[in-house]
Design a protein around this ligand. Structure first.
Ligand SMILES: [Zn+2]
Length: 67
């Protein structure tokens, strides 16, 4: 069974989901229960906590929670 990565458009939370068939419905975000998620094509997952910049600081993630 393939495992796909998804990212929530509402809170940017990344999660993995077992997909049993190609026409399976999109899962819900386990963090905020939002159904507005997108499938990620690779493991290049942006952490919601921020990206280490290597200089002791953190760069803000590209997308922010709405509201
Ligand atoms: Zn979410």
């Amino acid at each position: 069974m393939p495992i796909y990565e998804y990212q929530c458009n509402a809170c940017c939370h990344c999660f993995e989901e077992l997909v049993f068939s190609s026409n399976a419905p999109m899962p819900q975000c386990p963090r905020c229960d939002c159904a507005d998620v997108k499938k990620l094509m690779s493991a290049s997952c942006v952490r919601a906590e921020g990206i280490p910049t290597g200089s002791g600081g953190f760069k803000a993630p590209a997308c922010k929670p709405s509201g």
